[in-house]
Design a binder for this molecule. Structure first.
Ligand code: MN
Length: 243
């Protein structure tokens, strides 16, 4: 069987005096480690070409980054809303719709879980510290790979099977989170304050979203988090066989 091609949504950044189109290498390394072929999808792509682009992939990885524009979930903009990216919102929503139409497996990470939730009609907390103050700090000032809070996973869920556990410690680099679930999604992990940390589908094409950043553990061969990328590649291989 040929290796599965994983489309990874890219970002635009000003970096060292130039405008760069790319993505954190940790996502690329994680897909490589899982046996897939990583292919970065630039956010400059015209959303009208999303279907044509998706034809080149066997799976879609929605990456972390900017806040989703609250217009997409019909909410009044919080003054604590972070940076938004109109071009990323447009292309990623179009890519997600195209991937679902074609039955491609989708893994959403951080912004990615939020984006897929909004795409399916869900809503977001725009700023956890002001809207859901509590004991769990979801954006601690520590290194990206530091595990800072616990999550409880639903036994036998997709995310629990991928990690091989129902209790995990995760890194946490987010100030937004899912508020109301999108259509067809079930929550499959929560932090101790009740914030949703993973969602998935129980039927239809394979879909999984996590609020933490599993890609940051790619260098740790013992990290259960690498199982999430393996699960995405496995789902793509299974879908390929089924086509
Ligand atoms: Mn968190």
């Amino acid at each position: 069987m040929r290796r599965v091609r994983v489309g990874i949504t890219g970002v635009l950044r000003q970096w060292e005096g130039g405008e760069r189109s790319g993505v954190n290498a940790a996502y690329v390394r994680s897909v490589l480690q899982a046996g897939g072929i990583p292919m970065i999808i630039p956010s400059l792509l015209d959303p009208a070409l999303a279907d044509d682009a998706i034809d080149a992939f066997d799976a879609l990885l929605l990456t972390g980054g900017e806040d989703v524009d609250p217009d997409y979930y019909h909410a009044v903009r919080s003054p604590r809303l972070g940076t938004v990216s109109p071009e990323r919102d447009r292309i990623e929503l179009a890519l997600f719709e195209a991937a679902r139409r074609r039955g491609l497996p989708v893994l959403g990470i951080c912004r990615g879980i939020q984006l897929l939730n909004v795409a399916l009609g869900g809503t977001l907390w725009q700023d956890l510290p002001s809207e859901r103050p509590g004991a769990v700090i979801h954006l601690p000032e520590v290194e990206r790979h530091r595990r800072t809070h616990a999550v409880r996973l639903v036994d036998e869920s997709r995310v629990a099977r991928a990690l091989g556990t129902t209790h995990a410690e995760v890194n946490s680099i987010h100030h937004q989170a899912i508020r109301d679930l999108g259509a067809g999604l079930v929550a499959s992990a929560w932090a101790e304050d009740g914030i949703v940390e993973a969602v998935e589908t129980t039927d239809g094409p394979w879909l999984l979203g996590v609020q933490w950043h599993p890609e940051e553990f790619v260098a740790d061969p013992d990290a259960p988090d690498v199982g999430l990328f393996r699960a995405l590649v496995d789902a793509a291989e299974a879908a390929e066989v089924g086509r």
